[in-house]
Design a protein around this ligand. Structure first.
Ligand code: HEM
Length: 208
């Protein structure tokens, strides 16, 4: 199978950060509230990998390299895994495994409700990301997977609610998300492809 080593490398890289953070928590290197740090880091990692997943199609269109598409599904599943770890850390360290408190948070804290909605969307994407679902759902599969844009919007809203006044980091994520969404507009992609091809031709001419 093509890109086997590349896919395997991404698979090996996936658990590195969560394992490292858990090790840091275990060795008291995450400050006085390691639970909160884990919740925040896992949440940010889930969002970062969601953006990376969405970057794969434009990377492929711009570079023509099939390796980007070969890891797209895997990255989506890593995003889901990070989100599961984020919610698990919240359940263990913030809620103390109290399900009733979760229901109260869901009602009283809008950011928890929005995060839960995003997670339901991610779950739907993850369970239908296999070949069987693609075959079974046919054209509806593509339609369903457009849900990823809604999930992205919800996660950004969730984060904005959490960070509130301290908006700088959020702005970086939102800017990357907006740029990736812009790349989905066909006319933008065509212009950018032409620009990159022009630059490549120029550098080839110079090196000859
Ligand atoms: C049931 C679902 C969810 C719950 C209960 C939840 C809960 C939380 C909590 C408690 C925080 C930290 C609040 C604080 O620091 O005061 C947080 C932050 C965050 N969550 Fe979630 N979350 C959920 C879903 C998600 C999903 C699906 C994603 C991403 C795919 C996500 C990404 C984030 C991000 C990026 C932050 C901000 C972290 C930071 O700025 O440091 N969350 N969430």
């Amino acid at each position: 199978m093509r890109y086997r080593l590349w896919r395997f490398s991404v698979f090996c890289a996936g658990p590195v950060l969560p394992v490292f953070w858990l090790y840091q928590a275990w060795s008291f290197a995450l400050g006085p509230d390691p639970g909160k740090v884990l919740v925040d880091r896992m949440g940010l990692a889930a969002l970062a990998v969601l953006l990376l997943t969405l970057a794969m199609t434009p990377f492929h269109r711009l570079s023509g390299w099939g390796g980007w598409l070969a890891i797209r599904r895997q990255l989506g599943l890593w995003c889901f895994t990070y989100a599961v770890l984020h919610i698990s850390a919240y359940a263990v360290f913030v809620l103390g495994m109290d399900a009733a408190q979760f229901l109260i948070d869901l009602r009283k804290r809008p950011y928890v409700f929005v995060g839960a909605l995003a997670f339901v969307g991610l779950l739907a994407l993850a369970v239908t990301s296999n070949r069987w679902s693609i075959r079974r759902l046919g054209r509806r599969w593509k339609l369903l997977h457009r849900l990823v844009y809604g999930v992205l919007a919800l996660v950004l809203m969730h984060m904005l609610w959490v960070v509130r006044a301290d908006i700088e980091e959020w702005l970086i994520y939102a800017a990357v998300a907006s740029f990736l969404m812009m790349l989905r507009i066909p006319v933008v992609m065509v212009h950018l492809s032409c620009m990159i091809r022009g630059l490549r031709d120029k550098s080839q001419n110079l090196s000859q």
